[in-house]
Design a binder for this molecule. Structure first.
Ligand code: HEC
Length: 128
């Protein structure tokens, strides 16, 4: 009986450890070294380029054209490399832009997508 109690306690302790470990993931876990080509462009293609193309609306976010558009946003100060928090683009993605622009207009994307874009801007908004 005593031994089985110890085993039982051991098993509970294992569960508690595993549960505590999972507490690290309430926010999206965003990796380091986000790649524009591999991570960001697919998000823009899927969520933005349907409207943001030459026949609909500027800036153009299609593959092959999007980074040039990002460079314009950097020139205009809407994307500040190294400072996602201060970037107007991020405010638009989070739906908290002062001028009321939310992108996509239908409502915010998955938090993981926004997290990746934030990380990529914080890492320098590079064409990588
Ligand atoms: C349903 C169509 C649609 C989708 C999808 C969409 N946009 Fe837009 N976007 C617009 C329209 C229309 C405007 C122009 C709004 C205006 O001028 O008030 C705009 C404007 C913008 C601007 C502002 C340009 C400027 O000069 O200030 C940015 C930046 C932008 N969108 C980024 C994005 C991003 C990034 C995504 C994807 C995450 C996205 N948009 C998805 C329709 C869309």
């Amino acid at each position: 009986m005593k031994i089985s109690n110890q085993i039982f306690t051991g098993i509970i302790a294992c569960f508690v450890l595993v549960a505590c470990d999972n507490d690290k993931f309430p926010e999206p876990a965003v990796k380091d070294n986000v790649s524009f080509e591999l991570d960001i462009q697919p998000i823009l293609t899927e969520n933005c380029a349907t409207c943001h193309n030459p026949t609909e609306v500027d800036p153009d976010f299609r593959e092959g054209f999007a980074y040039e558009s990002i460079e314009e946003l950097i020139d205009e100060g809407d994307v500040i490399p190294g400072n996602a928090e201060g970037s107007e683009l991020v405010e638009m993605l989070e739906g908290v832009s002062a001028d009321g622009n939310t992108m996509p207009p239908a409502g915010p994307m998955k938090t993981l997508n926004i997290g990746l874009i934030r990380k990529w801007i914080d890492e320098g908004a590079k064409n990588n």
